[in-house]
Design a protein around this ligand. Sequence first.
Ligand SMILES: [Zn+2]
Length: 495
Amino acid sequence: MRLVHLAILACAFFATAVSAQTYDLVITNGRVMNPANGLDSVRNIGINDGAIAALSRDVLYGKEVVDAAGLVVAPGFIDLHAHGQREFEARLQAQDGVTTQLEMEVGTFPVADWYARREGAAPINYGSTVGHMGVRIATLLDMEALGIAGKGLELNSEAMAIVSQQRAWMDDAATAEQLETIKQRVQQGLDEGALGVGYGINYTAGATREEILDVFRVARRNGVTNFVHSRFMTEYNNGGSVDAIQELIADAAISGAGLHIVHIGSSGGNRVGYLLGMIDDARAQGLDITTEVYPYTAWSTFIGASIFTGDWTTAQGMTFEDIELPSTGERLNAQRFQELRASAPDTIIVGHGMDEQNVTRAVAHPGVMIASDGMVYDANGRAHPRGAGTFSRVLGYYVREKGALSLMDAIGKMSYLPAKRLEGYVPQMEKKGRIEVGADADLVVFDPETVKDQATFNDPALPSTGYRYVLVNGTFIVRDGAYQEGVYPGRPVRR
Ligand SMILES: [Zn+2]
């Protein structure tokens, strides 16, 4: 308090002499790391009205001043793959350094309702694509008859439990008439401000290659990017992950639309290295293609998903015992798996068995972004720990302990690169992912020597540690290491 008063007095005293300005908030003496231009040096940051107003070596005066000596000040992390966007998950992500969470893969439909539900109630910034899956559900199922018309189709929701019992949206091909409706509804979602088009082709096996290409063409007409979970994630030579990524690269080339392939670690299986080479070569040919990874060797989905049709254990090179129920920690066997798939298809499971070397390779590979794929936690606060620990696990384990990549590269993969992925058609993103005058004051202040994920498969909702401050639009959401209850500075990100 005393310091603040002194700063104000000092400011008043020298105002005429040096025309010093008093900022709403000043962060002093931090090691500012800005991946947009490589700046890695001690600076003072002045913040006014939720935006960065000054970045300087000189002393800045603030109504409030916080000291960041010895700490890194970086752009807030931008998660392109956040399914869990209720307060429970947003709070965990904020404590993992995330200031913007975007639901780009599954997406949503209808789009305007999704944004309306979050208005004024979001701890961090939020946004979504229009989801091909949601559009397909609305088009191939009779939503009125199922009693879920107008209900949000979010994971772990009542409506989703009903939808997961229905197979038409997963397994059936769309008729010509239905395909027209699908394209119209994707357009409607984009007209309502969606951040692109999201797909889970692996979950909609009935969607033909023509259907996916035609929706890519809708994206191209609107100048937006497709965010895609590829058709297969198996080890087969025919119908495996190489085929699946070739389909998407071909669709990007034919349509001219941008493509972002989600979670290359889980989708790539043992072919991660080969697939990264394919993506690099396609980019070298001028195609707009990117990818992302979450830093864990286990994946998570619902047990009724089409990926478990047929001989999936051979296809994935897995056993039934690799499947865990995160709600209890139970490992399954074939009989228990089939029972649950039939009786409770919306049950969330975790699959163990990715190769650590492949995950490390993707985390460290130039241009690959970090995105959590964080799930909605169940009523007992259980889910895959990636929703709580992804960003700190990269900083603590992959940067500090393994030395797999530099701190600056890691920060870039979590902030600047995701902003760049979107800013071509989402002007708001030009003000995120960087520390410069005029940018949004979405900032993280952390100790690079101690930052660490705490969430585990046994205890998946433990917040990460090492963050002194997290600011969303200039407002503290984490302060002196503590989450700030009842504060909702998050704003919508829309096209
Ligand atoms: Zn996915």
